[in-house]
Design a binder for this molecule. Sequence first.
Ligand SMILES: C[S@@+](CC[C@H](N)C(=O)[O-])C[C@H]1O[C@@H](n2cnc3c(N)ncnc32)[C@H](O)[C@@H]1O
Length: 349
Amino acid sequence: MRVGVVADNLVESLALTAGAVPEPVVLGAWGLFASRLLLAGAKLGVFDALTDRTADAATLAKELGLSVEGLERLLRALNGLGYLKRSRGRYSLSALSKKWLARGSKSSMKDALLFLEELWSWTSHLEAGVRTGRGIRLHDDGVLSPESWGRYLRGLATFAAPAGKEIVRRIKFARPPAKLLDVGGGHGMYSVEFCRRHPGLKAEVLDLPEAAAHGRKIVEEAGFDARVTFRPGDMRTDEWGTGYDAILLFNVLHNATEAEAKVVLRKARAAIAPGGVLAIQESEYKQTEGDLSFTAGFGELFFFLVSGAQTWPEPTLRAWLVEAGFERVRTQRLWLAPAVVVSGLGPKG
Ligand SMILES: C[S@@+](CC[C@H](N)C(=O)[O-])C[C@H]1O[C@@H](n2cnc3c(N)ncnc32)[C@H](O)[C@@H]1O
């Protein structure tokens, strides 16, 4: 998936074809404005307030405690962007907003938009990271405020539902699983998906204290707090326990150096039940000398920037699993996310 410059009319289309449009500036500026507009719409409650109704700026401004002058302009801009419809001065959600942003929509991505605010501040370290060769370590003590942790984990939770549904269908167990450990599980929603799929399953999320505090609330809102519990701790140094039918390491190893990742995998090997499944989910990392997709290229830069580590190539993950003693190591590429799941079984003997 990539973002590009799209013509609004024939003249613009001809200009684009003729190479007369300064695309780097249009892409840079429009991308920035679009991001900011969507974030403002979500933060100020515009999409929520327009769910299932049509309203004018004055009515909305009164309800939301905003100025009519400012809101009218924001609504017009969101209309221009295609996220609101406008007729005789009244506004309603466009089809795109109804699906992705309406209050109560099953596919709502509102929390992912609110997470943009964090991404704005994290990516402001980009030039410094490239200059010095050192990223920030986001999860270290005190780097994120409690509010930032909340926006971060709620944002990620929105992606867990679609990817999680696919993953739970594709990970097979020799017997119905009873005990799952979700290491760095954060919001806990992957554990929730596993519990939905396997009625006899109980899950425990091992994550840093700041994350566990938010994860508990998210899981409670999903109605799974009796089956998904949280254990605050550090995966590198704390006890994991034993006898797990499943251990998840989803989007976690890109926060770890190679030495830390190897420690984590040895702990996983000690904690897994015979025949239990260890599953690692990571963004796809293309080991290629040629062109990269935007997703792959930016993904690499992003994880370097925010975790001071990197996305690990799938062959590296496989080799580490074998080295740690896992058997029948395999890779599955996901359809619903640009990610891979590398899994292995705990030895039987
Ligand atoms: C990118 S998030 C992934 C969350 C979830 N597993 C997912 O896939 O959406 C990384 C998670 O790893 C957790 N984490 C980072 N370092 C950790 C550590 N040393 N011990 C335990 N959890 C850690 C973070 O708090 C965060 O919840």
